[in-house]
Design a protein around this ligand. Sequence first.
Ligand code: G3H
Ligand code: 13P
Ligand code: ZN
Length: 335
Amino acid sequence: MAVNYKNIGLVNTREMFKRAINGGWAVPAFNFNNLEQLQAIIKASAELKSPVILQVSKGARNYANATLLRYMAEGAVEYAKELGCANPEIVLHLDHGDSFELCKNCVDMGFSSVMIDGSSLPYDKNVELTRQVVDYAHKYDVTVEGELGVLAGVEDEVQAEESHYTKPEEVIDFTSKTGVDSLAISIGTSHGAYKFKPEQCTRDPKTGRLVPPPLAFDVLDAIMKQLPGFPIVLHGSSSVPQEYVDIINQYGGKLPDAVGIPEEQLRKAAKSAVCKINIDSDSRLAFTAAVRKTLAEKPAEFDPRKFCGPARDLMEVMYKQKIVDVLGSDNKLAK
Ligand code: G3H
Ligand code: 13P
Ligand code: ZN
């Protein structure tokens, strides 16, 4: 049976994006696949009074079951209230939707926002598919994110050999023809924990660590000039904290030369029309670091709560740090 997100306490992205752009901050978009991630996201955002976007990918739906995830999001609204947040602003968003049917299914299941990612399609096909999703979603006041430009790395199952920055000359045509509410762009971020090849980076002579190249802020500026005040989204925005990578490697993991987006660049982006910043890999790294460390230090432990608990705690620390130090979305609820 179809359900509208408004009846389960969720909100779409429209108002929060307006406030974020006007206020020079960005809404965190955190992916979740399991209970511990969801608990940590809600605890961090409710305690800090931050709007939050809960992202569900196609892979997450396959892993955890689509119905279960959607009811978990409904439960998250009540959990936020229990934590003292009387009017939480929680968006349930489909991340990287790849077909009209998937987007429709999410709208019908109570999602308040969907992304249709036609970025790997020829331009005209991307416009056509995105328009079709917008026409359906807007009937239910569900907001839609489209994408122009291709990120390097893995976009769900789409492997892009190299990134293709968004072409500023296409953005007016795309947004006006499709009617999207926000636009994901490519300016040098990418998915996963290996955002740049070592040869694209320099090395810090003191630490020997990789220093990535800067994002293409000139492309972002050109896009914002074409679309003043239009909500822009940055995917692939994990910073791959070295402390988590070090813990993982110290306790038997193997993540050589993992590298992310430096946080000062994300801070700069958050102050612009970039009003949604996607973070998934940092949560995976925090989870893995805590699990590896706990199991290495307590080899006799076999109760999952004993290693998933520390993983949840570390993710909460990470989410809070992003909200306060990087995105500036704390204390930004409407009421
Ligand atoms: O952009 C991709 C997200 O990090 C989701 O990843 O498809 O492995 O769930 P996933
Ligand atoms: P990261 O892999 O950098 O966390 O990006 C996540 C993302 O863009 C989800 O859509
Ligand atoms: Zn993404």
